[in-house]
Design a binder for this molecule. Structure first.
Ligand code: PMP
Length: 290
């Protein structure tokens, strides 16, 4: 397996970061998770824009241009002969000393891993997920803004641990005010009557790229779009619920906190979103040839 590492394609064993890298010592860095489908990197420009926006927000200058980052991603996919892949792009603050001061880190570390990912077993897409609301709250935007896709995922990992202890696959986090935010690696949507509803990014959620695609599909399914603050009560009384994310794509939710949604079956509109989404994975993005 070839890894892009600071400008070069190297073997996996050679792709090593320093124990002094602040990405490791402090979670000081940013990342993206991207997918390619049949030699098309889905929504690549949007992911690159978000990566650079995350970096800008943490005062990190990515050493290469957006165009070169796109080239680096494509050459890594080609070097690994991957048509369908999960792509992880990571930029850390780089090697520094044991203090926090980012000015001591003279050069960011950049690496790109291209591999496969299976987030949920296939049958869960047909059966739907059970999720629970967990005690851990989403970071407040005034601390680490959840719009920054940083290497600091401990907030989400704590929520995931709670989901695991409840014996379910995914955790729903509320924000500090008790409104619905998002799951540990996915945005959440509900359908009520003729409306598709999701929390606004100001509720403390990542501006998901899949979220954006789903909102583009909604008018085609004759649904109005609303971004509004939601409570657990709203979710319990939804007609349909689903999660969205690059790795998970669109996955139905059939119970939340043991409240059964749509008689415990994935909703018809959710299934339509899933099939429209798969059509878009064939056209929206940047193509490459192996
Ligand atoms: N929220 C969080 C916390 C995430 O980590 C992710 C996926 N990386 C998402 C939402 C979904 O975002 P996207 O659709 O861009 O993958």
């Amino acid at each position: 397996m070839k890894i892009y590492f600071n400008g070069k394609l190297v073997e996996r064993q050679e792709a090593r970061v320093s124990v002094f890298d602040h990405g490791l010592l402090y979670g000081d860095g940013v990342f993206e998770g991207i997918r390619s489908y049949n030699c098309l990197v889905f929504m690549l420009k949007e992911h690159i824009d978000r990566l650079y926006a995350s970096a800008q927000a943490i005062w990190l200058k990515i050493p290469i241009s957006k165009e070169d980052m796109i080239k680096a991603i494509i050459s890594t996919l080609k070097a690994n002969k991957l048509r369908d892949a999960y792509i992880r792009v990571v930029v850390t603050r780089g090697e520094g000393d044991l203090g926090l001061d980012p000015r001591k880190c003279s050069h960011p570390t950049t690496f790109i891993i291209t591999d496969k990912i299976v987030l949920y077993p296939r049958q869960l897409y047909a059966k739907g997920l059970n999720i629970v609301t967990v005690p851990t709250r989403r970071n407040i935007p005034e601390a680490i803004n959840p719009q920054i896709k940083s290497l600091n995922y401990l907030n989400n990992i704590l929520a995931k641990i709670e989901a695991i202890t409840f014996n379910v696959e995914e955790a729903l986090m509320l924000n500090s005010e008790g409104f619905v935010s998002e799951c540990t690696g996915d945005n959440i949507f509900m359908i009520k009557d003729d409306c598709l509803i999701t929390p606004p990014t100001t509720a403390g959620v990542l501006a998901g790229i899949t979220r954006r695609v789903v909102m583009e599909i909604a008018p085609k399914l004759k649904l109005k779009i609303r971004e509004s603050l939601l409570t657990r009560y709203d979710l319990y009384n939804a007609n349909e619920l689903f999660l969205t994310g690059t790795a998970a794509e669109i996955i139905p939710v059939v119970t939340i906190d043991s409240r059964v949604i749509n008689d415990g079956k994935p909703g018809a509109k959710t299934l339509s979103f899933m099939s429209e989404f798969h059509k878009l994975t064939k056209i929206k993005g940047v193509k490459y040839a192996l």
